[in-house]
Design a protein around this ligand. Structure first.
Ligand SMILES: Cc1ncc(COP(=O)(O)O)c(C=O)c1O
Length: 391
């Protein structure tokens, strides 16, 4: 008789973003026309050089095991990109290639966190952060951020939560779900705190190149023993399913994550690594046209949301999500509101509670302008029927 699941499973919450997708698909299978503003993946094809490189590799039967840390030329290309884009001097030995940024975070968590450790996580947070911390037996410690600050992290709020057990801070900029983009000055203050109190800053830059107000910003130039950078091709090159991301960090941390990876996935798919090499060497500017389109959609979405009585939507500085305040509806219960919108007008959005912030919804604008316009019209209608406490 099997004796059941590991205790750690009691601490794990299923991904709320996946739950929305599941229900939306269920409705679709029943023939309902759902407008899905839930997903976190680009609606663009992967660049041509990426597809060509993969096709050529697959056609010649390229299928070897490779080094656990990733193909040397790919590690070198990643390091070169940070040197060229940000003037950050990383060598190949300070780079690990993983199966996406999510896998990078999971591998880092396994290598760095254990029972008794505390990991600081600003709210609203990307859903995976607290879960990977809990899976490793460590405790997530949330640090609130506020709409009036554009959801930027206040150094005092962070300082208040640092303890002798603090092992790391997981930061995400541009932020999913708020779109907040940290400034170099803000990061400098945070890195100083990390050095003073001896913890890691894990900087998740999955949306690094999806920015609207300023140029791309990376933590890589803040290179020191405390800073770990996580990057990905999923958003910048519209390659989510190819599963390629990376970790940049001090050699001691890279050695540790390489050891973990060597006993888990061995290394990311060899063909994907070839495709990633092409992305970084032949499709360097792939993000620019996508960003131009996202910007137009962002402006459309934010303007439409702000025209709905009771809704307040700040303008995201990066990523491709709007995170409006809808606390005037249903007493701010974002889960009930998301359910209402899906069931009544068949628009899928993600409740803010999934990101640790009730009273908000996350709407993805990685959707065509037509779909967005139709979805927003339905949303407006449904919220007007519902009426908010503002009325
Ligand atoms: C903040 C953030 N980090 C990491 C990821 C995961 O990216 P990847 O596809 O590289 O695993 C996502 C994906 O939605 C994300 O939003």
């Amino acid at each position: 008789m099997p004796r059941g699941l590991a205790n750690r499973m009691e601490r794990l919450s299923p991904s709320a973003t996946m739950e929305v997708r599941r229900r939306a698909e269920e409705l679709r299978r029943q023939g309902v026309e759902v407008i899905d503003l839930g997903p976190g993946e680009p609606d663009f094809p992967a660049p041509e050089p990426v597809r060509g490189a993969a096709k050529r590799a697959a056609a010649r039967g390229y299928a070897p095991y490779g080094p656990a840390a990733g193909l040397p030329e790919l590690r070198e290309a990643i390091a070169a990109r940070y040197r060229e884009d940000h003037g950050a001097a990383y060598s190949r030995e300070e780079v690990l290639v993983c199966a996406g940024a999510k896998h990078a975070l999971f591998t880092l968590a396994l290598a760095l966190f254990a029972g008794g450790d505390e990991v600081l996580i600003p709210t609203p947070y990307w859903v995976t952060y607290p879960e990977v911390v809990k899976l490793c037996g460590a405790a997530p410690i949330t640090v609130p951020t506020y709409p009036e600050d554009g959801f930027h992290l206040r150094a005092e709020a962070l300082a208040e939560r640092i303890s002798p057990r603090t092992k790391a801070l997981i930061l995400n900029s541009p932020c999913n779900p708020t779109g907040a983009l940290l400034s170099p000055g803000e990061l400098e203050g945070i890195v100083s705190l990390a050095q003073e109190h001896d913890f890691y800053v894990i900087f998740d830059e999955a949306y690094e190149l999806i920015v609207y107000e300023r140029g791309p910003f990376s933590a890589a130039p803040f290179k020191c023993e405390n800073v770990i950078v996580v990057g990905s091709l999923s958003k910048s090159h519209a390659m989510p399913g190819w599963r390629i991301g990376w970790i940049l960090g001090p050699r001691s941390a890279i050695r540790a994550v390489t050891a973990v990876q060597s006993h888990s996935i061995t290394h990311p798919c060899s063909v994907s690594q070839r495709a990633a090499f092409a992305a970084l060497t032949e499709a360097r500017d792939a993000a620019a046209p996508m960003v131009a389109e996202y910007r137009a959609r962002r402006d459309l979405v934010v303007a439409s949301l702000n025209r709905i009585p009771g809704v307040r939507c700040p303008t995201p500085e990066g990523a491709f999500y709007a995170f409006p305040d809808v606390s005037a509806f249903l007493g701010g219960d974002s889960v009930a509101l998301a359910r209402y919108l899906l069931e009544e007008v068949h628009v899928a959005v993600v409740p803010g509670r999934a990101f640790g912030r009730d009273g908000h919804l996350r709407l993805s604008f990685s959707r065509s302008r037509e779909e967005l316009a139709a979805g927003l019209a339905r949303l407006k209608e449904a919220l007007e029927v519902l009426g908010g406490s503002h009325a």
